[in-house]
Design a protein around this ligand. Structure first.
Ligand SMILES: Cc1ncc(COP(=O)(O)O)c(C=O)c1O
Length: 377
């Protein structure tokens, strides 16, 4: 089977995307460099207004990364040592890392087999057993929203806050509402591999709450509310004008790129049905009214063998995530063991992300699926 050996298909092809926008982006970079204003400023303000409008929130506050967006959100809600925060063990490390950075403790709840997101049916008993939980961080993993209505209902009943980890899901919708617009604060990432990726690190926080927006704006500049006047102890986590200028160009293309991802996902689903390989989600859940496919993930037997086979064929793939957070060495003190979150552990052993970027051609997907078929033949 050497159908694809001459053609390399990377997991993500940022070069192909860059070619479409190179001239526009370079003009913006020259403009910002000539202005010599690099930190926050007008470009950041304009991006913030545009992201707020795109996400359906009243405010958006730029910062240095998605990880910082989560941490600043926790700081703004005054989550600190002695508090617990409920989240999923099946996510990128930053979700739990942010909780620990503010001195709080993550309390994990397993995910659903068919969405990778928090299993809301398990949450009530965990909340009852953990009265110190002061916030929930649902993660909208891979571009599909978690089931927010029951999460918000439980949070309201328990008087606790919700921070949406929307790092992977800009523009994703839950019953028509955009990711980041449902909880008290949303945290988005502009890491280059995200659907709206900068030319370096960046992040943003979304909220409808004017007082929280003001606090977040202060916390990203050392808690400063006036010249050399510090209302809170914050951090240095600012978004660069260069990143904002690049992101503003890319934002204009985002819906077109998302449509490409949706088209590719539909193409994959038809091919995977023929191969009888499960896709997660098989179809977006009814409440996931817009899935933005930051990743397209299949569930497969002999996963590592398949990945090695694809690599030999020049096809990129990735395991998101091989070790759930409750089993990470840095969380050994939480006292978890293998078997505590069985769905997360199973998914960690069986899931594989395939190329899904909008520049991927239908024939590339056919080659990938042919190669997968050959592995199992
Ligand atoms: C689910 C999730 N949360 C948080 C982050 C952190 O974002 P960043 O890499 O911008 O710090 C990421 C991105 O990698 C992510 O995927």
């Amino acid at each position: 089977m050497n159908t694809v050996s001459e053609k390399k298909i990377p997991l993500l092809d940022l070069q192909a995307q860059h070619k479409q926008i190179r001239e526009e982006v370079l003009a913006e970079i020259v403009r910002v460099v000539d202005a010599q204003k690099f930190i926050l400023g007008e470009d950041v303000k304009q991006l913030e207004a545009e992201i707020a409008s795109y996400s359906g929130t009243k405010h958006a506050i730029g910062c240095a990364s998605g990880s910082d967006a989560l941490m600043l959100a926790l700081m703004a809600l005054d989550i600190h040592a002695g508090d617990e925060v409920l989240t999923t063990p099946y996510t990128f490390f930053a979700t739990a890392g942010a909780i620990s950075r503010v001195g709080a403790v993550p309390v994990f709840v397993d995910v659903e087999e068919d969405t990778f997101n928090l299993d809301v049916s398990l949450m009530e008993s965990v909340l009852a057993a953990h009265p110190k939980v002061r916030a929930i961080i649902p993660v909208h993993l891979f571009g599909g929203c978690a089931d927010m209505d029951p999460i918000m209902k439980m949070a309201n009943e328990h008087g606790i806050m919700v921070i949406e980890d929307a790092a992977q899901s800009i523009g994703s919708e839950y019953k028509g509402r955009r990711a980041g617009s449902i909880g008290q604060i949303g945290a988005l990432s502009f890491f280059p591999s995200k659907n709206l990726g900068g030319y370096g690190d960046g992040g943003i926080m979304t909220t409808d709450d004017a007082a929280l927006a003001e606090k977040l704006m202060a916390l990203r500049v050392h808690g400063r509310t006036g010249k050399y006047f510090h209302q809170w102890i914050g951090v240095n986590s600012r978004l660069d004008a260069l990143q904002a200028a690049v992101l503003r160009v890319k934002l204009r293309y985002l819906d077109g790129w998302t449509a490409g991802r949706e088209r590719n996902a539909a193409h994959y689903r038809r091919q995977m049905a023929k191969l009888r390989i499960p896709v997660i989600p098989a179809q977006p859940a009814a409440y996931q009214t817009r899935h933005v496919y930051n990743q397209f993930v299949i569930r497969c037997k002999q996963r590592d063998g398949l990945q090695a086979h694809l690599k030999k064929q020049g096809i990129g793939s990735e395991v998101y995530y091989p070790l759930p957070l409750h089993l990470q060495p840095c969380y050994a003190d939480l006292g978890h063991k293998a078997g505590d979150f069985p769905v997360s552990e199973r998914l960690a052993g069986e899931s594989l992300a395939l190329p899904i970027h909008s520049e991927l051609a239908g024939e590339d997907i056919d080659l990938i699926c042919e190669s997968i078929g050959a592995f199992y033949a």
